[in-house]
Design a protein around this ligand. Structure first.
Ligand SMILES: Nc1ncnc2c1ncn2[C@@H]1O[C@H](COP(=O)(O)OP(=O)(O)O)[C@@H](O)[C@H]1O
Ligand SMILES: [Mg+2]
Length: 369
């Protein structure tokens, strides 16, 4: 168990959860046993081994995908260039992409690295003796209003004012927390849940602008369809100049799915599968199990969405372990459910692969066989 608190940081809505997440040691990959050694385990040792593997396969990540790496590079550039002093407004960032492409995972991995670097360099306390919190992270849920957003920031810090105050007071208290804890990165995840109807669009935009101007932080907005909400466009959506100003300072970053229509795309897909193979702890696994034998199949099932791929692999590994199959095959995975969107896209791709109209494998590997 590596001393990891169970479920800690499942939502990371409080600073203590975030700290536990940031400080947690890496999970240790269970050893890969030979069939004989597995058979030789006592009942309780085997139960423990299997429990370790279940937990391991349920948490296979994050892999350093090209998408994650490039997002991190951009974030380091922006966050570090925002270190200029004083009243210069800081650039904001928006990570805008469909669900299941790994936004939250990549952003949290960045937040973790950033938190660790800042604490290592500047210490756990500020010069004024407050706890230092380089990152404040808020995840929004259905239909959050402006007041709830401010309250959520206070919740993160466990600030007592959060039950009683008015929206404006909440906002000022949030600012106070951010200043005294010397927050440098404010992450608003699932921002599309903010109540955003036509009438409140301006209010939202103004509020985010207020945060961007008053809070000495890099504001990192994460969500789905943020561009459509008029967050980046030069003032089109609501015909207001406030929006134009929000747009100009927000750098938009994408998290694209894997694609297989170019050689480079196929190579990246293969790299991902090879990396994933290394992490699978099934007795009957073999090199090429995913990258050679299941490449097209896994692309079909996931359509290049990392979320769908990881769900499938996780569930497949659980099943392979439970049933004693101890390896991933088409047959086994055919019985594993995936999310609806992935299932729908699957049928079209299956057709393309079966008629030879598409392949997910790079040229170099195809000619080898
Ligand atoms: N780089 C990665 N390595 C491993 N698994 C990942 C990676 N990125 C995403 N996942 C998995 O995909 C799923 C969806 O990712 P998530 O970050 O929640 O996507 P989003 O926030 O874009 O909806 C999660 O279960 C996560 O574990
Ligand atoms: Mg997310």
């Amino acid at each position: 168990m590596n001393g990891r608190p169970l479920l800690a940081g499942a939502t990371l809505s409080r600073k203590e959860d975030f700290k536990a997440f940031a400080d947690a040691p890496r999970r240790r990959q269970p050893d890969l046993l030979t069939p004989n050694r597995l058979a030789a385990l006592t009942t309780s040792a085997r139960a423990e081994y299997n429990r370790d593997r279940r937990e391991w396969h349920a948490n296979l990540g994050p892999l350093r995908t090209p998408q994650l790496t490039s997002l991190h590079e951009d974030l380091w550039d922006i966050v570090d260039s925002n270190q200029q002093d004083g009243d210069k407004a800081k650039g904001a960032v928006a990570v805008d992409a469909f669900p299941g492409l790994g936004k939250t995972t990549a952003v949290l991995a960045f937040a973790r690295d950033f938190h660790r670097r800042e604490i290592a360099e500047h210490g756990a306390f500020t010069a004024q003796g407050h706890e230092r919190w380089p990152v404040c992270r808020v995840g929004l849920t259905g239909n959050t209003g402006m007041k709830d957003l401010n309250r959520a920031i206070l919740e993160f810090f466990g600030h007592p004012g959060r039950q009683t105050s008015t929206a404006a007071q909440l906002g000022l208290q949030a600012l106070d927390c951010v200043l005294s804890c010397e927050v440098r990165l404010l992450i608003l995840d699932d921002l599309h849940f903010l109540k955003w109807r036509r009438t409140s669009g301006i209010e939202v935009s103004n509020h985010l602008k207020w945060i961007a101007n008053e809070f000495p932080v890099t504001l990192l907005k994460v969500g789905v369809g943020l561009a459509d909400k008029g967050l980046f466009s030069e003032g089109e959506a609501l015909g207001e100049t406030v929006l134009a100003q929000t747009g100009r300072r927000t750098a938009r970053l994408d998290m694209p799915p894997f694609t297989i229509d170019t050689e480079q795309g196929r190579r990246q897909w293969r790299q991902l599968l090879l990396a994933l193979e290394q992490r699978i702890v099934l007795i009957g696994a073999y090199p090429g199990m995913l990258a050679d034998d299941l490449s097209d199949y896994l692309f079909t099932r996931s359509t290049g969405h990392i979320g769908s791929l990881m769900t499938l692999i996780n569930r497949g590994c659980q099943r392979a372990q439970r049933t004693g199959a101890e390896r991933l095959t088409r047959d086994l995975l055919d019985h594993v459910r995936n999310d609806e969107a992935a299932e729908q896209a699957r049928h079209e791709l299956e057709y393309a692969f079966s008629t030879g109209k598409a392949t997910s494998r790079p040229q170099s590997v195809r000619t080898l066989r």
